[in-house]
Design a protein. Structure first.
Length: 651
């Protein structure tokens, strides 16, 4: 028999920590779903669902084997009549999910999209319903689990009723955790699942349906076999199910509903509210910044900005060492926030233990003193073919070119070892099988990740795109073809500028160099093309310097070293920009083109290279120059800093 897992304190919004009774219920034994033993359980579960959530009567239910999304989809598949439309209110990930489902089913769709921190505007909803009588269903998410926001169900239900529309509510993370009067809010269809505030196990979901609404649904031709609500309902009314259900999860749901009714839905809500209060007062005390204003918050989720100097993974891993599991932001909030849920069978000791552990992590002297300056992650882009060096790079990738008997890659690793970098992601492509064995040793020093870019013959943007998941928290992005003095890396990492390039003023422009265009302190553009770069830099500065639109600041031009330190706050934007390029089909672009777009809205500074030796290896001549001019200044006198006086650009 396999070892049981040690108890985890799940602070994610489902699945949740369940009671001993629910866990043990799984083992009730083997039964057949066509037998009366199962019918009895099905009947009790349906009765208890209605008793808990629609005590006034008037509703019926259909249960599905499938996670919450299955029940959401069943409601979308079953509720929109032919030729009719649906209005989706979207202010988070689950509103977005409703919307995508409606598109997949080919429904006519209207959508009101709001900022994730804003409540929908009732005026917009009225206007849409007035102007588009073909709208038949209004879909809303009760508790947006992506942020912890509670939507105004009563208000929107009132509008739906006024215009005679069907009101569909996803209350997967609301039922059992939030006040909800289905009848009073005119909800016709309400979607729920077993494993959030009901405290069952994952695998079952359900729809609560007003009885008159059930009659309407029956008249709509089915669009799905498995997810058709009337099909499910008709079997269940006869005490059976159309397809094999997840029987053990039914056992657990029965036990969970017994416990919910014992505690009382009001009692459960009060317990969760109290738990959220304990957590939130702890967060306040630690100075953590909440994502949402307090008045929008649910009883079960708190969304917080990542504290300065922390990326999600570091925070998550630190907490997990003590068995506390938090949850990341989704989509656009990835890398920006973290979520703490308090659903489930959590004790006061769990909550206090968690706060203690979190406090210890966020106040670690090493973390806070380095805050803002402690870049811990590097992404090394080593996938490219090196077309301009083909006679050599046909045999070996650029990063394995030896200068002074040592490969560029080994030199990178040596410099990184002496820096604050603890985690390195290698993006590989061309001849990756030659590079991989050379990285074995790095695995002892760094937490390493490998990403394979299949499109390595295309532009370098494909490499950064493949590494997008690693663009979280403060990162250092490095081209793998530079021979450089270790002080350069140190200067970049220790710079007080949170986002920073390295800039060489002393260079000759042959049109091949990646140039930085600086206005004041800020790198405002990056491009190989000087004219284009200057234009961009100046127009961007004009836009932001509205106070003095005619002030002509001279644009400083320098060569970029091929390394960028980027603050975590800009990572989501960089990921979006990369996605735009990929979506536009621009796979042959250099990643610097995406950076250039980013520079139009992000504050990135620079540190001057000041004559420190470095060279990018692009052409065969660069190898000779590296050996002859740069190497003596690197290896010769390590302690003393050599300067490459008189060395100017490429021949
Ligand atoms: C969790 C959740 C879902 C999806 O549930 P799955 O079980 O992951 O399929 C849908 N809507 C809301 C509001 C949720 O919180």
């Amino acid at each position: 028999m396999q070892e049981p897992f040690e108890r985890m304190v799940l602070l994610n919004p489902g699945p949740v920590v369940v009671s001993e009774k629910v866990r043990k219920a799984l083992l009730r034994g083997d039964i057949c779903h066509r037998e009366e033993e199962f019918s009895r359980i099905l009947k009790r579960v349906r009765q208890m669902l209605l008793a808990a959530f629609t005590p006034g009567g008037g509703y019926t239910s259909a249960i599905l084997t499938g996670s919450g999304t299955a029940a959401m989809e069943s409601s979308i598949a079953s509720s929109v009549g032919e030729g009719k439309a649906i209005l989706i209110i979207n202010n988070g990930v689950y509103g977005e999910r409703f919307s995508r489902m409606a598109s997949i089913y080919g429904h006519r769709k209207f959508e009101l999209v709001y900022d994730w921190r804003k409540l929908p505007d009732p005026g917009d909803i009225e206007k849409a319903l007035r102007e588009h009588p073909e709208i038949q269903v209004v879909a809303l998410v009760h508790h947006e689990t992506s942020t912890g926001l509670i939507n105004p169900v009563r208000e929107i239900g009132k509008i739906a009723k006024k215009y005679g529309k069907v009101f569909l509510l996803d209350s997967i993370s609301g039922l059992g955790g939030e006040e909800l009067d289905l009848e009073g809010c005119n909800v016709d269809l309400c979607v729920g699942s077993a494993n959030k505030c009901i405290q069952g196990l994952p695998g079952l979901s359900f729809v609560l349906i007003k009885k008159e609404e059930m009659e309407r649904l029956k008249k709509i031709p089915p669009r799905s076999m498995y997810l058709h609500i009337p099909t499910l309902w008709e079997s269940q009314e006869k005490g059976t199910v159309p397809f094999t259900p997840s029987i053990p999860i039914f056992y657990a749901l029965e036990a969970a509903l017994e416990e919910l009714l014992e505690e009382g839905v009001q009692g459960r809500i009060a317990r969760y509210r109290k738990a959220a209060e304990i957590l939130r007062s702890g967060f306040r005390e630690m100075g953590l910044k909440p994502y949402l204003p307090e008045k929008l918050l649910s009883n079960t989720i708190t969304t917080l900005y990542l504290p300065t100097g922390f990326d999600y993974q570091t925070l998550h891993d630190g907490l997990k060492e003590s068995r506390f599991v938090i949850y990341a932001g989704q989509e656009r909030l990835k890398g920006e926030i973290f979520r703490v849920a308090n659903m489930g069978e959590l004790t006061r000791k769990d909550l206090e233990g968690f706060l203690g552990c979190l406090r210890k992590i966020v106040s670690r002297p090493s973390a806070s003193s380095k805050a803002g300056r402690s870049t811990v992650r590097a992404i090394i882009l080593a996938a490219g073919v090196g077309k301009r060096l083909m006679p050599i790079t046909g045999q070996r990738p650029k990063c394995l070119i030896e200068i002074g008997g040592k490969t560029l890659l080994d030199r990178y690793l040596e410099s990184l070892k002496e820096s604050s970098i603890t985690e390195v992601t290698f993006v590989l492509g061309h001849l990756k099988e030659m590079i991989l064995p050379r990285l074995k040793e790095a695995e002892n020093t760094f937490k390493t990740h490998y990403i394979y870019n299949e499109n390595y013959t295309r532009g370098s943007i494909t490499s950064l795109w493949e590494a997008r998941e690693r663009l979280q928290g403060d990162v250092l992005i490095m081209d793998a073809d530079v021979l450089f003095h270790p002080t350069l890396l140190k200067r970049l990492l220790e710079s007080p500028k949170k986002s920073c390039f390295l800039l060489e003023e002393d260079f000759t422009d042959t049109g091949e160099e990646m140039k930085l265009f600086v206005q004041g302190e800020r790198v405002a553009a990056i491009s190989k093309n000087a004219e284009f770069g200057i234009q961009n830099a100046e127009s961007r500065t004009r836009q932001s310097a509205l106070r003095n639109p005619h002030s002509a600041i001279r644009t400083l031009i320098g060569e970029g070293v091929g390394f960028l330190k980027l603050a975590g706050e800009y990572c989501p934007q960089l990921r979006n920009t990369l996605e735009d390029f990929i979506r536009e089909g621009r796979l042959d672009a250099e990643y610097e083109e995406a950076l250039d777009r980013l520079l139009s809205c992000c504050e990135v500074g620079y540190e001057p290279v000041d004559g420190l030796p470095w060279i990018e290896i692009d052409f065969e001549e660069d190898i000779q120059r590296a050996e002859k001019d740069i190497l003596p200044m690197l290896d010769g006198n390590k302690g003393e800093l050599s300067h490459k006086k008189g060395l100017k650009g490429r021949p």
